[in-house]
Design a protein around this ligand. Structure first.
Ligand code: AMP
Ligand code: MG
Length: 408
């Protein structure tokens, strides 16, 4: 008999419950385009231009009118069109215009014939094939129509969006200020890296994981360090975080042994719920409101802290930051070896997926103890095992979730 898991809160309910309460809390500001990398758009970007702005040639070749080629295969070159230097001259019947890639096609052009399909003898050009109407012409507005929404509010600007916005002549954009997130670790046993350990001490590793994930999300981090399990110091840290940040994220101190202690303090300061989630790793989790800031209390076990941040806190922070959040990709894979699992919780086991002879396959990284960090560092995906599922035999199909932006 396993322990009773019927009262545990499903991940999807926890997520929905949180997201319903949260709204974007970051004002917008106008920034020059190069400074906006990594920021979240505060409003839709409508294209001020058609792209391309004029009909132009996709090839180096000759602009032709089909009527001129109806009765013969030879035309006389009337002149040349270059990118940035349109052809301005006359275009008499029986003539073509030499044209380069990106040059505006002269008015009346039906097609561009690539130069490899022609033979030139001085300015007498022979066409080796009959062109199709519209061939090799990039039409004005064929990429983006004037006024079209090119990027919706909530888009986080990556290197891919920068040239797109520049191509539209957008010099500055309205973006959200970064979300400000205070963090601290709790525990008398924790020491900062760079200091010696006494017997019973361990290094505080969670803060480095949480900081790194916040950096990936573009948040501003206020790192309050390590706070011992001592009410007065914890209280002071909670109050400071609440005054200075939009969000406080702590690790540790929410498990059964310690929750009462933190709970008392948080009941006094705000409205916090302590949840037992039906996920593994990561059962204990706290969420709620301090007078000003939102609070997320992650479990102390390092793997649990990372996984609950990735699965629960990331979508919540995205909403607070005004950022559109895409659900992670999930794929089907074949278990290349048996996987231990007991029914009752949704497992996020750490796996290594690879391309096998029969498609995608996945192996466990070994010990799935939530204190064993190497299980996460060697993994490239979660193996997501349904709540009611038991042991998985080799050859069964399982769901894998490749690590996304936060953990890569
Ligand atoms: P707690 O949730 O505070 O009961 O902690 C659960 C386990 O995680 C204990 O073994 C702690 O020592 C460990 N732990 C808590 N916080 C950290 C941290 N910041 N870095 C590394 N391990 C931690
Ligand atoms: Mg602790």
């Amino acid at each position: 008999m396993g322990f009773d898991t019927s009262g545990l809160l499903p991940l999807s309910d926890a997520l929905q419950g949180m997201l319903e309460q949260l709204a974007c809390c970051c004002d917008s500001e106008q920034l020059p385009l190069p400074d906006a990398l990594g920021r979240v758009l505060a409003s839709d970007i409508a294209s001020p231009l058609a792209v391309p702005p004029f009909d132009n040639s996709a090839m180096d070749g000759y602009a032709v009118r089909l009527a001129d080629l109806a009765s013969g295969t030879q035309l006389i070159m009337a002149g040349k069109a270059f990118a940035g230097q349109p052809y301005q001259g006359e275009w008499p019947a029986g003539h073509c215009v030499r044209i380069m890639t990106g040059a505006p096609v002269p008015a009346g052009t039906d097609a561009v014939v690539m130069q490899e399909e022609t033979q030139a003898d001085g300015d007498r050009i022979t066409f080796l094939a009959q062109p199709e109407p519209g061939q090799n012409i990039r039409r004005a507005g064929s990429d983006i129509g004037k006024g079209a929404c090119v990027l919706p509010a909530g888009t986080r600007l990556t290197p891919r969006e920068m040239p797109l916005l520049a191509s539209l002549g957008v010099a500055s954009v309205a973006v959200r200020r970064p979300l400000k997130v205070a963090i601290f670790s709790t525990g008398d046993e924790l020491k900062p890296v760079g200091t010696p350990l006494a017997h019973g001490d361990i290094y505080d590793s969670n803060r480095y994981g949480v900081r790194a994930m916040l950096a990936r999300m573009g948040c501003d981090c206020l790192d309050l360090g390590i706070i011992p399990d001592e009410p007065a110091q914890l209280r002071a840290a909670f109050i400071r975080a609440d005054e200075e940040a939009d969000v406080l994220i702590t690790t540790g101190g929410v498990s059964v042994g310690e929750a009462d202690f933190t709970k008392q303090l948080l009941d006094e300061l705000g409205e916090i719920g302590f949840w037992k989630l039906a996920i593994k790793p990561g059962k204990p989790f706290a969420f709620g409101r301090l007078p000003r800031a939102w609070f997320f209390g992650l479990p102390g076990n390092p793997v649990s802290a990372m996984v609950t941040f990735d699965q629960l806190v990331q979508p919540a922070l995205a909403k607070l930051a005004g950022q559109h959040f895409e659900r992670p990709l999930q794929l089907q894979a074949i278990a290349a070896e048996p996987l231990k699992k007991s029914p009752g919780r949704l497992d996020f086991q750490r796996g290594i997926m690879s391309q096998g002879p029969n498609g995608l396959e996945v192996r466990s990284t070994g010990s799935q103890d939530s204190a064993v960090f190497s299980s996460l560092s060697r993994a490239n995906c979660y193996i997501v095992l349904e709540r009611e599922r038991g042991r998985v035999a080799a050859g069964e199909t399982v769901t894998v979730e490749p690590f996304g932006g936060l953990l890569l």
